[in-house]
Design a protein around this ligand. Sequence first.
Ligand code: PHE
Length: 344
Amino acid sequence: MQERLEEIKQNTLSQLATASDLEQVKELRVKVLGKKGEITQVLRGMGSLSAEERPRVGQLANRLRQEVEAAIETKEKELEKQAMQQRLQEEKVDVTLPGVPRPLGAIHPLTAVIEQVEDIFIGMGFAVAEGPEVEQDYYNFEALNVPKDHPARDMQDTFYLTEDLLLRTQTSPVQIRTMRKKEGHVPIRIICPGTVYRRDDDDATHSHQFMQIEGLVVDRGVSMTELKGTLLAFVKQMFGEEQSIRLRPSYFPFTEPSVEVDIRCMKCNGGGCRICKETGWIEILGAGMVHPHVLRSSGYDEKRYTGFAFGIGVERVAMLKYGVDDIRHFYTNDLQFLRQFRSV
Ligand code: PHE
């Protein structure tokens, strides 16, 4: 029996020595030390031993069990360490390898202009409002003092969906929506960027779909002077401190008086060129004092309150700022064109 135990130990140790992975060691542990393992098997035969021999063999078996256990553990640790070393070796990161370049997009120039305009007006205390592109005739025309027979309502200019529904031709309906929402309270100080639609033939300067940024201020004592000062501050921040503006009398049904606002032509610096049609000035927005009819029909007492409004042409501003000569570039998703704005 002693010999058998000794034999088991030697066998186990030599098998351990040649074992090359953890799985083999695990199997060996079960085979030798397990419930039905070799050592247990031997101990089962103890019954046939004499009373003196029994404790000796029992002791021996226990010691042997401990020895084998220890040997197996040592081997396991060694193999685990090896496996870890191997993984570290295999998964080593080569920090000198050049990175994989990911293609970087660009902010669309119209988005860039809108964000800049928003920043400037937010800095002057304005909030950003929104309105629907599918609009009711009432908001787009009627409440803006555009009578039923006004030429701007002509089928030529407006995309009608039904008799009463249309694609808004301007962002000005947001003036009405804002005043109605505020229910006669002041101050109102909002801008609203958005897409508008007109039945125009597309060419270098016209598009059937384009963008405007509406502005509206209503309060006590709002004056034309404040309108001019606000727009000048905007233009200087947008186009540079040296810029100046020129107000020309104009007509819009919903403002009185109405103006068109020009900035100095940036191509010729005011000297006159093809871009500015030799005038030295370029129009970028329409504006005026909110018409008393509009105030009244939107719930504001025109005797107590005054206001001004303006509508900025986003494409116009973007074309001037970035030197783009055809409005269609903004809508055709030509990557060569768009990639130029990566640094904007
Ligand atoms: N809605 C006008 C247009 O589309 C612009 C405008 C807005 C004029 C606000 C005056 C006041 O031409």
